[in-house]
Design a protein around this ligand. Structure first.
Ligand SMILES: *Cc1c(COP(=O)(O)O)cnc(C)c1O
Length: 821
């Protein structure tokens, strides 16, 4: 925080009521809304927020135990149990948080840069941070903390010694930006662009844009790209010309930044308002990166950074390595690769990410000197506190400064002068089944360590973006009433994505239920510490013992199965929670209407089976054609539920909707929905595809290139024939990896450097040939099989199947690699 705050001041700022004042008025320096993250308890104010799912009031005790003595709450529940505290009561915790942030912003004398727009906010913030770091001590919002709670927390990250702060602002509804603007009060604004995505809360693109630019109400300068006509027009309507800083690909704006692409990147020519001309080399050729980069350059120039300094930093900017990547390491270790930059906020995020991973034997942190302004002693005291807080088992420090932790080490620690020394020592450190966070500033080149510890992969990998999964989950949650529970279908290896990691992540996201197809799948989730309730769709009688042992909840779909399971529980003196499948027209499994009378007898006969829920499955929820049928299914289901509830004497959960149903039949959410394919990024109705993100990318590499003459044939059965002289690429994926043989002979397409190329000849077991005539490709280049830019639905349609089959067919020999962008 810029200035610490006393209880007195907080009372004035939040207009709260003092409920308890049983401590001296010591000022606080930190503000927390998440008790798990409290590090300096004594100096922390805890604000209990009532969220969608989580209520901060449930964690007051936890915060107290971590040393917190100052609280802001909406209800002063139980607080009188804790001695030595002070408590303020407010009507709205979020408003209080925002008021405190606003106050702190006012205390800051440096420059605040506010970024908004549809895409690129986080990248521009990171890049601008990198470019400016050479000149200013800088604060920036961690990760993408850009929401109503994220922005205040970002503001609290600003310290007195900072010279500038970069804060991003994101909104999803009308009215939100005005609140963020009052908190951020940017001196300089950047509008990245305006997309069509996430338009739900807005009636039009124009309305969305008008809402976003409210961030700039009091900004002195607003940076934007003139080539977006709507942006240009709206900004001109709202702001005086002297406040607008426009850049463009073409002449006629304040800054012209034209692009020439070449073999190893692009050349950017800058013409400044004073007509000075400079050239820059960038590693990027894709439009999005080039736009983000040019926003970054203009902002740096506006802030007075000399061109040569900008020229120096640009080649080191990188989009790919900015994400925390999980990689499989040698000896069953799991690596978290964070070798891009290193500051305290980033360290906190990375350690938290480490904590949310599946437990391994030890938590090991490899850490270089931090690139962090401020007093070194304070910086490393903070590192010590973080390492303790996250209970790291071993610290391996690299650099001159970090070795000052040697005096009072936070855990078993070893220090190395430079990266080479650590590399040499790796062999002696005997890692085994450990979780290793590798976090270094770029100049330490920690990617060499990652390289040394990484398990070598077969050319094909399935990359799974856990943040995309989270965003898809949030989209579906936004379609639901707050009280509706969500069961996530993680059957079939979580639609190919890997059940354990995904279930683990869903547990973090507070999903309510999981469902698997077979008992074994549930057992392995339990063995990996997944504690959520798990429904088993198709439990076999041999597995009854495991159902009980691992607290799995079977679906019961027939009278004979009910009897078998009931008899098992009776003779073993045990009980089970069960789920009743009611068949209303799917005609797969389930009790029909005529079975209900017999079901009543079963329920009476076997009281050790407790009905946790009743559900039905829709046969055509994804197609408007079947709407009438679906409605009939739903009303039959409601009638059947009523009958069953009548003789049960209690009310189990009822649920009917799958992913497609959530979108089409919002009135039938009932107590719970069952989310499957939508979570993995496919909106099967085709109504909201733009609101979802592909979660997985299947990729491989080019093993060999060949030039062939017209008429030469390719592959088994000589099915591929060269139509003219040209070139083919052999890629390292085949039907044994799950690349369907029906993709043979031009049916399938892949993406190489953003360009589509078709399969030639028959798909082989481990390899496939692609026609790449006229394309600039090299052996070892990456090839996308499914993913961004290549719709799964289109690929599926080309061979007469559905995305479900493509996803679940990806073979288990394909490595799954998880990351968060
Ligand atoms: C697989 C499955 C779902 C999920 O279906 P999606 O179309 O993937 O959302 C829901 N309910 C049952 C019973 C299922 O078997």
């Amino acid at each position: 925080m810029v200035k610490s705050l006393t209880f007195q001041q907080l009372t004035l700022i939040t207009q709260g009521q003092t409920v308890l004042q049983d401590r001296e008025d010591q000022p606080v320096r930190y503000i927390s809304t998440d008790s798990r993250k409290i590090i300096h308890g004594q100096q922390t104010l805890f604000i209990a927020l009532k969220g969608f799912k989580v209520d901060g009031h449930d964690y007051l005790k936890d915060a107290y135990e971590k040393g917190v003595r100052l609280f802001i709450v909406q209800k002063p529940l139980l607080l009188n149990q804790f001695p030595g505290i002070a408590v303020l009561q407010v009507n709205d915790g979020l408003k209080a948080l925002q008021a405190i942030a606003k106050w702190n912003r006012k205390q800051f004398g440096g420059t605040v840069i506010g970024i908004t727009g549809s895409n690129g906010k986080t990248i521009i913030k990171e890049w601008l941070g990198q470019v400016l770091a050479s000149k200013f001590a800088l604060a920036k919002s961690p990760k993408s903390y850009n929401s109503q709670t994220g922005v205040p927390l970002s503001i609290f990250g600003i310290e007195e010694y900072h010279k500038a702060a970069i804060i991003e602002a994101g909104i999803s509804q009308v009215g939100e930006m005005a609140r963020l603007e009052r908190i951020i009060q940017p001196d300089i604004g950047i509008l990245t662009n305006i997309g069509t995505a996430h338009a739900e809360g807005f009636s039009s693109q124009e309305q969305k844009l008008k809402e976003k630019i409210k961030l700039f109400n009091d900004a002195q300068l607003i940076i934007y790209r003139k080539d977006h006509p709507l942006i240009h027009r709206i900004l001109q309507e709202h702001f005086a010309p002297s406040r607008l800083v426009a850049w463009s690909e073409y002449a006629g704006a304040d800054y012209t930044l034209s692009i020439k692409k070449n073999n190893n990147g692009s050349k950017i020519t800058l013409i400044k308002p004073d007509l000075g001309i400079f050239t820059f080399h960038s590693p990027f050729t894709d439009e999005a990166s080039l736009e983000n980069l040019r926003h970054t350059m203009v902002a740096s120039l506006v802030l007075g950074l000399p061109e040569p300094e900008i020229q120096q930093v640009i080649p080191g900017l990188n989009t790919v390595e900015m994400r925390l990547t999980l990689k499989s390491g040698i000896h069953q270790c799991l690596l978290i690769d964070d070798t891009y930059n290193n500051d305290l906020a980033g360290l906190d995020i990375a350690l938290e990410f480490m904590n949310t991973q599946r437990p391994k034997k030890r938590k090991i942190l490899m850490l270089s000197d931090l690139l962090q302004a401020g007093k070194k002693e304070d910086v490393y005291n903070n590192v010590r506190a973080l390492v303790r807080h996250y209970q790291v088992d071993m610290l391996l420090g690299v650099g001159q400064e970090i070795s000052q932790l040697e005096e009072n080490p936070p855990c078993e620690s070893h220090f190395y002068q430079d990266t080479d020394q650590l590399l040499e020592a790796l062999g002696t450190l005997s890692f085994q089944d450990d979780l290793i966070l590798i976090k270094g500033a770029r100049m330490y080149r920690f990617e060499q360590i990652v390289d040394a510890l990484q398990e070598r992969l077969h050319g094909t990998v399935l990359e799974i973006n856990l943040n995309a999964l989270r965003r898809n989950f949030t989209f579906y949650k936004s379609q639901l009433k707050p009280s509706t529970k969500v069961m996530i279908m993680v059957k079939a290896f979580a639609y190919g994505g890997g059940a354990t990691e995904i279930a683990h992540h869903l547990q973090q996201l507070n999903a309510d239920y999981l469902a698997v197809a077979y008992t074994d799948e549930g057992v392995s989730l339990r063995q990996e510490q997944i504690n959520l309730p798990i429904m088993v769709l198709n439990p076999a009688p041999e597995s009854f013992g495991n159902l009980v042992k691992y607290q799995l909840e079977p679906v019961v779909y027939s009278l004979s199965f009910f009897r078998q399971l009931g008899a098992y529980c009776h003779s073993n003196h045990t009980s089970l929670k069960i789920h009743l499948d009611l068949d209303t027209g799917m005609h797969r499994l389930g009790f029909g209407e005529t079975d209900l009378e017999a079901l009543r007898e079963m329920i009476t006969a076997y009281p050790s089976l407790k009905v946790a829920s009743m559900y039905t499955h829709l046969a055509g929820a994804d197609e408007a054609d079947h709407e009438e049928y679906t409605k009939r299914q739903l009303s039959l289901f409601e009638a059947m539920c009523k009958t069953v509830k009548g003789f049960l004497g209690y009310s189990p959960l009822v649920h009917a909707l799958n992913s497609a149903g959530i979108v089409r039949y919002p009135d039938f959410q009932m107590d719970m929905v069952r989310l499957g394919i939508g979570l993995y990024g496919v909106e099967v109705n085709g109504l909201h595809q733009e609101a979802l993100q592909p979660v997985s990318v299947l990729k491989t590499t080019i093993s060999q290139l060949k030039s062939l003459k017209k008429g030469e044939t390719v592959g088994y059965g000589r099915k591929g024939v060269m139509a003219s002289d040209g070139q083919i690429a052999t890629i390292a994926i085949g039907y044994a990896d799950g690349y369907d043989r029906r993709f043979s002979n031009g049916k399938g397409q892949v993406l190489i450097h953003g360009k589509k190329a078709a399969v030639i000849g028959n798909v082989c077991m481990d390899m496939t040939m692609i026609e790449v005539t006229g394309m600039d490709v090299h052996e070892g280049d990456e090839v996308i099989i499914y993913g961004e830019g290549l719709s799964l639905k289109e690929q599926a349609t080309a061979i007469g199947t559905i995305p479900y089959e493509l996803l679940t067919n990806i073979s288990s020999r394909v490595k799954r690699v998880y990351f968060m962008d």
